[in-house]
Ligand binder design. Sequence first.
Ligand SMILES: [Zn+2]
Ligand SMILES: [Zn+2]
Length: 206
Amino acid sequence: MRKSKWLQNVLLCIGGVFLFLAGIGLGWIRCRQTETAFWENILIAPEPEECVACDNLQGPRFHAPCLLELSTGELTELEIYEPCHRYSGELAPDQDMDYNVMTFGGSGLPLFIDRMEEIQRCVAYLPEKAGGEIEPFYYCRDCRAKLTKVATQGYVLLDLYDLDAIQVYPVEDSAEYPIRIYTVTMAHDEDQGHLVVTNIGHLFES
Ligand SMILES: [Zn+2]
Ligand SMILES: [Zn+2]
């Protein structure tokens, strides 16, 4: 009698452990399945007629680095200098150096631009956990590969000056990227719960 009770408990224990491990196993398989489906979708989603990143032939070219919201394909140029009106993607030879504006970039990001002798900068404020998962149909397959190597959700920083050599940078706290005549830094603002992205221009420095 005593012995069979003991045996029963042992069997219950073994059963419990088995169910527990099976649960973990199933969870792991489910996780792998959604992950596989995610990457499958990245691969097989039809390509757009014009890729937001590399094939923006009708739209403006961007001299300054751009923030890209991966889920919407919205680009926000961290613009500091006046663009050239004759050559898209180049800067105007004469710059008004008394310029301070607040404006909005793509996906409604507030931008603060200062163009003065002392400092030339553009500051963007990204809300915490901004942006969802990448929506592949905005991008050609080449760009999907480049983008997802760096991030699969939220924002990335892009250098689109040379469309044949697009550069992708992670958007993360404490990052600093020298990009041609620009330096982009990123810093977490504890009080506001924002990631502050600052682009400093060095057009007049040799
Ligand atoms: Zn592309
Ligand atoms: Zn400088």
